[in-house]
Design a protein around this ligand. Structure first.
Ligand code: HEC
Ligand code: HEC
Length: 307
């Protein structure tokens, strides 16, 4: 039987539900709205490759750097201030000690006993890729049978890593060179859009990382030890099971993503509400809905029941 009190109770519950849902969405829709920088000047330009107009060569005609205002790709010797010859000498010795047992003395993945392709060929990967795998601690590999080499504190210094990269590159010059990212004009809002479109499927929208098929995983990007150079190199080269975005993103777009990862993913700034460990919008929304609506529903019953 419908009584006046049932009607009143239902009406009160509906109003509270409406207000509750509204407030939940008001709280959870935060960072996405925050436009951070103005529009970038100039057209989108380079896609991370040396061209006739964006390249600087040394007196021997070797490319020492190339790029755009957003990213300059530099050779190891440009970055260290040592000559290429000095770096090669250091790098060759270090390579023989730390890498040749697996990747072979010619870095082509062929070991002295002649088993080809047991380990990846490093020739023609480009100095940025060699530097990425060493500086992120993946190489030298701790466990060569592991399905995926994980990130660790690097066993070699920045100079040693670049020296090995220079020596390997002296066997056959290849790109990408090491990207130095300028995020001054980059847009975090654009970065968020591009990240959601290109990266979130594997790394999740919060950058927390996730498991992929067959024992592989997309690692967390929330670790602030992951440098701008490493993020840009990962995007340009696609380590392991990650695709490479070598021509589908411009340098400006890569810089936008790098800025978004460095600022918003590695140092998240929760605008109001509880951070909840950055679980992500679905999980956080679920907590907000069940807790928020639950409490409001209880309140509604309490309001409606007094007679
Ligand atoms: C114990 C054996 C071992 C040693 C030593 C080792 N590597 Fe590796 N390396 C591997 C294995 C195995 C992989 C594939 C791992 C993966 O895909 O996660 C690999 C992958 C790589 C890759 C990625 C190749 C690609 O095609 O993307 C690079 C670059 C690399 N190693 C460089 C080095 C350098 C430089 C050193 C020395 C500082 C080194 N490695 C030492 C076993 C080794
Ligand atoms: C298909 C899944 C996939 C997509 C899409 C993807 N990644 Fe990855 N990413 C991976 C995997 C797998 C690795 C680890 C590779 C390895 O160590 O062998 C990785 C590694 C990385 C690393 C290195 C992190 C570390 O621990 O050193 C960065 C940085 C990165 N990705 C950024 C990005 C960005 C930015 C995008 C979007 C432009 C992106 N990824 C898109 C799967 C993906």
């Amino acid at each position: 039987m419908i009584t006046l009190s049932t009607l009143r109770r239902t009406f009160a519950a509906l109003i509270v539900l409406f207000l509750g849902t509204f407030s939940v969405f008001a709280v959870t829709a935060n960072a996405a709205d925050e436009e951070t920088t103005g529009a970038r000047s100039g057209p989108a330009s380079n896609i991370g490759e040396p061209t006739a107009t964006n390249t600087i060569k040394d007196s021997y005609g070797n490319v020492v750097q190339y790029g755009s205002d957003a990213i300059i790709y530099k050779s190891p010797s440009t970055l260290t201030g040592k000559t290429a010859a000095e770096l090669r000498a250091i790098g060759r010795a270090l390579y023989m000690q730390n890498c040749s047992s697996c990747h072979g003395v010619k870095a082509d993945g062929v070991l002295s006993q002649g088993n080809p392709e047991a380990y990846p060929n490093l020739v023609d990967l480009g100095p940025a890729v060699i530097d990425f795998w060493i500086s992120s601690g993946r190489m030298p590999a701790a466990d060569p049978t592991a399905i995926q080499a994980g990130r660790k504190p690097s066993r070699l210094s920045a100079l040693q890593s670049l020296a090995i990269a220079e020596w390997v590159n002296s066997l056959s010059n290849a790109y990408p060179y090491v990207p130095v990212v300028n995020t001054n004009d980059a847009s975090r809002a654009e970065g968020l859009n591009l990240f959601a479109l290109n990266c979130a499927a594997c790394h999740t929208i919060t950058g927390g990382g996730d498991a992929l098929a067959a024992g592989t995983y997309a690692p967390t990007l929330q670790d602030s030890d992951i440098t701008a150079t490493q993020i840009a190199t990962a995007i340009r080269s696609g380590p392991g099971n990650m695709p490479n975005y070598s021509s589908s993103l411009t340098d400006e777009q890569v810089a936008d993503i790098v800025k978004y990862v460095k600022v918003d993913i590695q140092n998240p700034n929760n605008i109001g509400g509880v951070g909840m460990g950055g679980l992500g919008p679905v999980a956080e929304g679920f907590v907000a809905l069940s807790l928020g609506i639950g409490i409001l529903a209880l309140a509604a019953f309490w309001v409606g029941d007094r007679q």
